[in-house]
Design a protein. Sequence first.
Length: 263
Amino acid sequence: MKRVITGFLLGSLFILLVIYATAFLFFAIIALIISLALFEYYKITVSQDKGLLFIGTLLGAIVPVIVYFIGLQWIAGYLIVAVFFIFTYCLLIHKQLVSVVSRIGIGVLGIAYIAFPLSHLIALRELEHGSLWVLLLILIVSANDIFAYYIGRGIGRHKLSPVVSPNKTMEGALGGLIGGVVAAIAFQHFFLAHISLNEALLLAIFIGILGQTSDLFESLIKRSAGVKDSGNILPGHGGVLDRVDSLIFPIPFLYYYLIIFRV
């Protein structure tokens, strides 16, 4: 029940944010979400290294600022800057040389895996019909998650990835894809009539697969760190990273799809 109530409230608030928020407010909320997700990621991967936790979160939190004020074209160059600062930190501060390479990898991964993809949401909303595309994305991923959860619990028998996520099943994954397709068809009919039904179906399938893969990637990180949830800030859902993990790869996919084929 806590999971349902929290999910409903978060979904409703985000829909209102996407539709009515100014560009700056939307950016500020996304920047906050990215910062919290980064903090959780570094907390479960380098909890004993407070310096890397701080510098990684700070460097990652700058990414949405660059995207909003300067543009996406600058974030690739910024990654070089971020890598330099992480190397410098490890050179000057870190005392256990045997773990330096893994610490550098963890530091850079947080920025590349969380901050970069999620920051594309700011640019996605600024495109033509951007709010509708964002809502379509959220609807497909949410429907995917809901259908996969309940169908997996109801009839799931074959494990999808037993080592990384023992509770996920192939039946649940397929049910999630079907749920995403149904949601995309309904949204296309009422709000995105300017795109074809076939395009909506293809987007639903690709976004659904990427969303489920993104979820497994975060589970892989948590499993390797020996934790169940990235945090406990959201009742019934764990942490912020747990809630946005399924969006990490679908967001840039949809953005670049629109840039290449529709803009």
